[in-house]
Ligand binder design. Structure first.
Ligand SMILES: Cc1ncc(COP(=O)(O)O)c(C=O)c1O
Length: 384
């Protein structure tokens, strides 16, 4: 079996898996806020994990707020900044390729009266920085929030988040970056990034589903979204998911220790893409010319349905996804690809192959073989 949907949800990091085998059997289990020694032991472990995560992410421990994942972190940031009587600024700037967790938050606040500015991307899926700068100039003193992602989940295209951060910082505009796909796949340093708010989901980095982190440059400015019993210094109530938190620390530390593999990981992906293009000259790699996550390829054979390819690969025990939304069994080009100006014959044909830091030539070879079979078989059928 080859699992190639790490951008959807990553497999458990092997170190996390080994840890959980004994952790779940031996305990301890207790409320980390209890005064007895079991509670205190777990509380101390949470603080140790906070220090480990902070070190790995280039942040201060006080800037780490444990939560349930990115969707919560995104909602929290938007709530904290926008759902506030003292907020007098009225413009939200975002990009045309954000994940629905951001799009839905943005749309909600647009309904509450905020004005939206959506910055386009070029044909490689990269934010148009010149348009971004002009938009900042246009609304200068009226911008409540900038929300622009660090890497796209479908294409893997890395965005100029440091440039955006520098511009926002100069203009004193809060910058939230959806770093869900970036952290754990590329080197990331919160302090150096210049970002004010960033998020991650445990299940994207090899930790447990239901765990996550909100990174906040100035935590004292954050307002709580979940009140609960004052946990996480009152910034995020609710009894802490301490086992999830422990897995976050293990997974992030493991990434740190293995990040030298990124170079090889990218080389393997590039060699794979080259081979696919040599064998099938019609094939298009979306965002080909852009800087992309080391282990993400979004590939299309124009005229062959991505879903058909996905099913063929699955029959060979290889798990990929398409990036197409589907209604009435009629796959459509995703919003992200439309924003890149991708035509339907290409947009409907995509499959996303997303591996991890430990990817190897052998996995790519097997994917290549199965992809070749699928293209040869489906290419004989008139698809659309
Ligand atoms: C870019 C991006 N942002 C946000 C999310 C939401 O993450 P979660 O569903 O773990 O809350 C995802 C998940 O796919 C994502 O890829």
């Amino acid at each position: 079996m080859i699992y190639a949907d790490f951008n959807g949800s990553s497999l458990l990091n092997p170190e996390v898996r080994d840890y959980l085998r004994t952790r779940l059997v031996d305990g301890p289990f207790a409320n980390p806020n209890a005064i007895h020694c079991l509670g205190q032991q777990i509380n101390a472990a949470i603080e140790k994990c906070r220090r480990t995560c902070a070190k790995s992410l280039g942040a201060q421990p006080a800037q780490i707020i444990f939560n349930s994942g990115s969707s919560e972190g995104i909602s929290h940031v938007f709530f904290s900044i926008l759902n506030c009587k003292s907020q007098k600024k009225k413009v939200i700037i975002t990009s045309s390729i954000e994940h629905s967790a951001v799009v839905n938050a943005v749309n909600y606040y647009a309904e509450q009266g905020y004005q939206l500015e959506t910055i386009p991307v070029d044909k490689n899926g990269v934010l148009q920085l010149d348009v971004f700068k002009q938009t900042i100039q246009k609304h200068q003193d009226n911008i409540a929030l900038v929300s622009i992602m660090a890497a796209n989940n479908e294409t893997g295209v890395i965005q100029p988040y440091k440039d955006v951060a520098a511009i926002c910082s100069a203009e004193k505009i809060p910058y939230f970056s959806d770093t869900t796909q970036f952290i754990g796949k590329e080197e990331f340093n919160f302090e150096e990034s210049g970002i004010d708010y960033a998020v991650l989901s445990g299940h994207k980095v090899g930790a447990l589903i239901g765990s996550g982190i909100l990174l906040v440059k100035k935590p004292t400015q954050l307002r709580p979204f979940i009140f609960g019993g004052g946990q996480e210094k009152g910034f995020r109530g609710g009894t802490q998911n301490y086992i999830g938190i422990e897995t976050l620390a293990i997974a992030l530390k493991s990434f740190d220790e293995n990040k030298s593999k990124l170079v090889n990981c990218k080389k393997n992906r590039e060699a794979f893409e080259k081979k696919v293009k040599e064998s099938f000259p019609n094939v298009i790699i979306l965002g080909e010319k852009a800087n992309r996550l080391a282990s993400t390829s979004l590939i299309s054979f124009p005229g062959i349905h991505g879903q058909g390819v996905q099913i063929e690969l699955e029959s060979e025990d290889i798990f990929v996804t398409t990036s197409s939304a589907c209604s009435d069994n009629e796959p459509t080009t995703s919003k992200v690809l439309k924003a890149m100006g991708v035509q339907d014959d290409i947009g409907r044909g995509v499959v996303r192959i997303s591996l991890c830091l430990g990817n190897d030539e052998k996995s790519y070879q097997e994917i290549f073989n199965a992809l070749s079979h699928a293209y040869q078989k489906l290419g004989k059928i008139e698809n659309f």
